[in-house]
Write a protein that binds this ligand. Structure first.
Ligand code: SME
Length: 160
């Protein structure tokens, strides 16, 4: 049984440190990428307050395809360059979107989503997946969230 405890009252850097340590422990010794994505999506969901979606889209032959996630059923295929996820995949750069309604081409999978953070997972210089977090609260994500999830993406890069 895993019993990771998340203290949402912690300052973000400490919360993300705890999340990263839990992520390392969860994937340790496990070679199955689907299992690791599933557990990482669930861990992010458990640790971070105020989310309505957390999960992976994978680069499958140059298209983003839905991977393990927590939240409502979501769009299955996203072309590179489309929406927030596609922008992260096409540029290889983290996307922090304070207001999804103001993001050109945002893909509304859940009408409740108001802000979004998408971080590319990069291995050997290529985007192999993205981690997508959605929140019902505008301006939910800042630079500390981006840095924290980028750390999780580096852990995921070797495990998925
Ligand atoms: N909103 C995303 C699509 C994925 S869902 O939020 C799960 C986007 O614009 O890329």
């Amino acid at each position: 049984m895993y019993d990771f405890s998340a203290d949402a009252a912690l300052p973000k850097p400490e919360l993300y440190r705890d999340l990263a340590e839990a992520a390392e422990a969860l994937i340790h010794g496990e070679p199955d990428g689907v299992a690791n994505m599933a557990n990482l999506a669930a861990l992010i969901w458990q640790f971070l307050p105020d989310l309505n979606w957390s999960g992976f889209y994978r680069n499958v032959d140059g298209e983003l395809v839905l991977g393990p996630f927590m939240g409502k059923p979501a769009c299955i295929r996203i072309p590179f360059g489309k929406g927030v996820c596609g922008a992260a995949a096409a540029t290889g750069e983290t996307q922090v979107v304070p207001d999804v309604h103001a993001f050109p081409g945002h893909i509304a999978c859940d009408a409740a989503s108001r802000s979004e953070l998408v971080v590319p997972v990069i291995r050997d210089g290529a985007v192999i997946a993205v981690i997508d977090l959605d929140s019902p609260t505008p301006e939910r994500f800042d630079a500390e969230d981006a840095a924290g999830i980028e750390r999780i993406a580096r852990i995921a890069a070797a495990a998925i």
